[in-house]
Ligand binder design. Sequence first.
Ligand SMILES: [Fe+2]
Length: 112
Amino acid sequence: MIRELVRNLEQKYVEALQGWEKAFSEAHHRVIRYIETVNRSNGQVSQALYQDILQLTQFCLQQSEQFIRFCRTLMEASEPISTNPTAKVVLNHIIIESEYFIGVAQTILYQQ
Ligand SMILES: [Fe+2]
């Protein structure tokens, strides 16, 4: 979405965003696999599975924190983004949604 919106984005940020896309896709697939495993276990989630899910939640939380930092860097350091009000609105929206996810993940992790 950011790459589409900012056609003249610096190559290093284009590549960084491609890296993020790949990392999020991998994390997404891991989440899907765990959802399938939980669905197949008919409400009998073992302690080991539960711990692995919490670990994945922790990983996703940290990944989102890093991505927020990257979005903030983009808004400050990228010339075509810092001068593009629409791109900044979109990035701020992405940051707010990521912060919402972090809040949900923290709620799960700190309930332990
Ligand atoms: Fe959104």
